[in-house]
Design a protein around this ligand. Sequence first.
Ligand code: SF4
Length: 384
Amino acid sequence: MFRLSNLIKSVVENKKERSLNGNIAIWNLTNRCNLLCLHCYSKASLDSKDTLTTQIIKNTIDNFEKSDIKFIIFSGGEPLVRKDIFEIATYAKERNIITYLSTNGLYINPSNAKKIVDTFDYIGISIDGDETTHDHFRALKGSYQKSLKAIKLIQDSGGRVGIRFTLTKKTIHSLEHIFKLSELHDISKVYISHLVYSGRGEDNLNIDLDQTQRKKAVKFIIDKAFSYYETNSNIEIVTGNMEQDAIVFLDIFSKKYPHLKDIMYKKLLNWGGNSAGRKLVNIDSQGFIKPDPFFPKAIGNILEDDFSKFWNSKENKLLNRLREHPRKILGKCSQCRYIEICNGGSRSRAYSIYHNIWAQDPSCYLSEEEIKSDKNFAYSSNIF
Ligand code: SF4
């Protein structure tokens, strides 16, 4: 996750960055889902069966302390289809773990909204464009209005809620709509995810942006973050699954605040780019432990042994290599002057396209010239 609004504020105002001291687990508790979204990395559907019992999940949460897991994002499928979701998240909260819910919002209603707010520290609800775009992308007519209603219910119950948006050829024209929606409804966080090639995201590879579209979209998002900061808006922008965004961000930041360039550079080095297998772990609905939710290989399974035995292992070759910083990545990354910031991007996309986990990220949109020289990035954002 690249928290650009937070970074601008912390560096320009010389404030301590709001950051989590500990590791993050994204837990796909179920593969059941009431929607059939085009990009779904889990290929979730209503027919799936749950594998993990409440007790196994609780035992694993008990074990998290040994692995410094301080933060769980409950995801799916649709996590609210599990009847024990509140029991599980409350159990985590009682152990001082910060709980996030990632949901399509369709099961949020007036009778459970307060309970959701009391159980989760933050609720991310997916909105993938304007009404027509969202309903098509999520394969259900009426889902846009329901998700929007869910946001309102959470807000009215006093919860922290934000939009989750996936950037694809099918949704890019709605990027501006998403920001307008946040402004109109006072939604304080917009998380924009780039596509990763896993599950239906891999089946529908043709919906991914080309490099020209991606450059323009990224520039548009970064410009928006600066404009929100400069106008004292409280809307926070975060991007995901594209650590390369940090490099374009650094370029734009350096032009706006040349005297703070070195401080921002150090902050980005400290952030360190792709964190799969370092600070980020995924447990899927069958108990497999993976470096991130899209990863093509697992490092173990919680049904076989304690989570911490796998995660804390010093012998696991995959984890050891992922934990090198910067990672040794082939292709253009091996010559990139920004590898310490980006860390080579997504290993899952590399594997999907090149069948080699250590190949360059095929979605890296920086040119050879840009990754080798101190050249300015002259991207235009006038496409929407
Ligand atoms: S070349 Fe590799 S390290 Fe450099 S920005 Fe692209 S993905 Fe990141």
